[in-house]
Design a protein around this ligand. Structure first.
Ligand SMILES: NC(=O)c1ccc[n+]([C@@H]2O[C@H](COP(=O)([O-])OP(=O)(O)OC[C@H]3O[C@@H](n4cnc5c(N)ncnc54)[C@H](OP(=O)(O)O)[C@@H]3O)[C@@H](O)[C@H]2O)c1
Length: 246
């Protein structure tokens, strides 16, 4: 995939990985718009207000960006919330619903809003964002994992359904990256720039890999194939000891 000379929208690009990726596209010479509920915190890129839990907000944002950038040819669905849940407390339902609402339904809604335009372009890229946790659960974030496993499955079907339209579908599968507070709770989180260096190297390969899996994400992505799944899951379950009352 070319990173330069593109017109890209990164929904969920107002902070963290999305903002970092947006700056990489911009540095490569692309026109970039970043979207989120709180766009005012970004000063160096064009921004757009969008809430992926609200279909009208998505439609308005789509109309606004396409009116200004009819040549839009990259859409990244980066919006996500990473929430911990205690499944012994039914009050976790609130976090569960928000995780599905933003991560899974939000992704589906944004894709729906832009698919007709991208097909009309004849050559375009759609990048979805899952997580190593989609493939190797982190039991502290149960619905997060379910939502990302859902986005993975959806992405596979989307790629099959868009085959032949000129829209390439790529899934970004980050490991723990030092954004969104991860750096405070996980000393192993990959620094953002190191992560993005690897992402850019993989994204710009020809042909573009269907999945962008940096080295740190590979043990998670391939645990089942590699026979390390049970051992890794047990290790990752130890974090549950930090929940109150455990
Ligand atoms: N960091 C990691 O360790 C890690 C690992 C694997 C996967 N990921 C995934 O990578 C993506 C980016 O995460 P990050 O670490 O960069 O976190 P982040 O800094 O919190 O970024 C999350 C982005 O999602 C947007 N967002 C949240 N709710 C939204 C809503 N209702 N409507 C529109 N946008 C919304 C936020 O923008 P506003 O607040 O402006 O709305 C922000 O731009 C997420 O999908 C996450 O699940 C992260």
């Amino acid at each position: 995939m070319e990173l330069g000379g593109r017109t890209a929208l990164i929904v969920g690009g107002t902070s963290g990985i999305g903002l970092g990726l947006a700056r990489r596209f911009a540095a490569a010479g692309s026109t970039v718009v970043v979207g989120g509920r709180d766009p005012d915190r970004v000063g160096d890129l064009e921004t757009l207000r969008i809430d992926v839990t609200n279909t009208q907000s998505i439609a308005d944002a789509r109309d606004e960006v396409l009116a200004k950038h009819p040549d839009l040819d990259v859409v990244v669905t980066m919006s996500g919330v990473m929430l911990m849940e205690d499944l012994r407390d039914p009050a976790h339902a609130e976090q569960a619903e928000l995780s599905i609402e933003v991560n899974l339904l939000g992704t589906i809604r944004v894709i729906d809003a832009f698919t007709p335009h991208l097909i009309g372009r004849g050559g375009a890229d759609l990048i979805t964002v899952t997580s190593g946790i989609a493939f190797m659960p982190f039991p502290m974030m149960p619905t997060y994992g379910a939502s990302k496993a859902g986005v993975h499955a959806y992405t596979e079907s989307l790629r099959a359904q868009l085959a032949g339209t000129g829209v390439q579908v790529t899934e970004l599968i980050p490991p723990a990256v030092a954004t969104a507070g991860q750096e405070k709770v996980n000393s192993n989180a990959l620094p953002l720039d190191a992560f993005l260096d690897e992402v850019v190297e993989l994204l710009t390969r020809t042909p573009t890999p269907q999945e962008i899996v940096v080295e740190r994400a590979r043990p998670l992505r391939w645990a089942e194939r590699d026979g390390t799944y049970a051992e890794l899951l047990e290790r990752r379950s130890q974090a549950l000891g930090a929940l109150p009352g455990r």
